[in-house]
Design a protein around this ligand. Structure first.
Ligand code: SAM
Length: 330
């Protein structure tokens, strides 16, 4: 029997280390750029179970993946999330357990998440103005998110990262206010270029798109020239800071400055598909592997195949996609 590789390396020599697990396609927010509300995103058939996630993390760790990020939909809608995290934390080789969340349920659930081994948190916040926030999220209450941010700082979950997708006509007037969150507290505000992952019409997408360069210019106009902070070249964000501020400003520019060359990610969707690239529709159906007599070994084969099928670059240009962001997992 050939020896199993101990690293997951794709055809282009990229080493895959980061796992993103979408534990549900449901969300209590309906951000237009993510969830166009074409249906109510019921839990799909074959939704990942705690055992599925455990098997997948174990298979991944045997192939050298060492970081697991839980996302969705809104991952805190899954009551079993802490158990999933704890299992991942106890998997040999896994060093980092992270969560991407809209923060609305963080205060209610933070104790069980910390006990389960949560290391890091990214909280999405697209506006500070309550009515702009409500509009951007389809009814959200920004005070809950601000409270989650305060709590994450109190709990020393550093680095506390905030994600804002910049959309012209929705939250462009809020970007400077969001940047100011980095001035007096160690908050890392990251501005993400809008990717065409909501099947919006082309004209609306093009009109709403704001490049990282344009966002930075808007911020520099108000807050002065930003200092660049040296970062790990494999990180998707270019990081800057307002001089003497306690936090930082990251620019994640998947469209204007794609970072596919340094991609180290593999995704698992809530309906048991392995997705090698966020921006490419190709997915591998892992149902048979999950249900097999030896799921860990079968999932290793799926992961090797998925790495082999990872494209050099994602489909950056707008196109109709099989699924929108909320169902893929961000
Ligand atoms: N519900 C969680 C949250 O709000 O963070 C996790 C899932 S959400 C899909 C993960 C991240 O993807 C969020 O920061 C969101 O802003 C980002 N996102 C969603 N749609 C996007 C798009 N079309 N372009 C860029 N980023 C997007």
């Amino acid at each position: 029997m050939p020896e199993r590789p101990t690293e997951l390396i794709d055809r282009f020599g990229r080493v895959i280390r980061d796992l993103r697990i979408s534990v549900t396609p449901r969300c209590n927010y309906h951000c237009t750029y993510c969830d166009p509300l074409t249906d109510s995103h019921p839990e799909p058939r074959g939704t990942l179970s705690v055992q599925d996630v455990d098997n997948f993390v174990k298979a991944s760790a045997l192939l050298g993946l060492d970081a697991a990020r839980f996302t969705g939909g809104e991952p805190l809608l899954r009551k079993e999330l802490p158990q999933m995290m704890e299992n991942a934390k106890n998997t040999p080789g896994v060093k980092d357990i992270a969560l991407t969340t809209n923060g609305t349920m963080f205060r209610r659930r933070h104790k069980e998440l910390l006990e389960a081994g949560l290391n890091r948190i990214n909280i999405s916040i697209d506006a500070l103005n309550p009515s702009i926030f409500r509009q951007a999220t389809g009814g959200g209450d920004v005070t809950q998110v601000l409270d989650a941010i305060d709590l994450a700082l109190e709990l020393n979950l550093h680095p506390v990262k905030l994600n804002a997708v910049a959309i012209r006509g929705i939250n462009d007037t809020e970007l400077v206010h969001l940047a100011k969150l980095s001035l007096e507290r160690p908050l890392h505000v990251r501005f993400i270029e809008y990717m065409h992952l909501n099947n919006s019409d082309l004209e609306s997408y093009n009109n709403a798109f704001l490049s990282g360069k344009a966002i930075r210019a808007m911020i520099e106009q108000e807050l002065g020239v930003l200092e660049e902070v040296p970062t790990d070249p494999s990180s998707p964000a270019r990081v800057f800071k307002v001089p003497n501020s306690l936090g930082s400003l990251g620019f994640i520019n998947p469209i204007s400055e794609p970072f596919c060359g340094a991609c180290s990610r593999m995704r698992l969707t809530a309906d048991r598909k392995v997705r090698p690239c966020l921006l490419t529709d190709r997915e591998l159906d892992a149902n048979a592997a999950f249900d097999s007599a030896n799921p860990i070994e079968a999932l290793i084969d799926v992961l090797l195949e998925a790495a082999h099928r990872k494209d050099r670059m994602g489909d950056l240009l707008p196109k109709i996609r099989e699924r929108t962001m909320v169902a893929i997992g961000g």
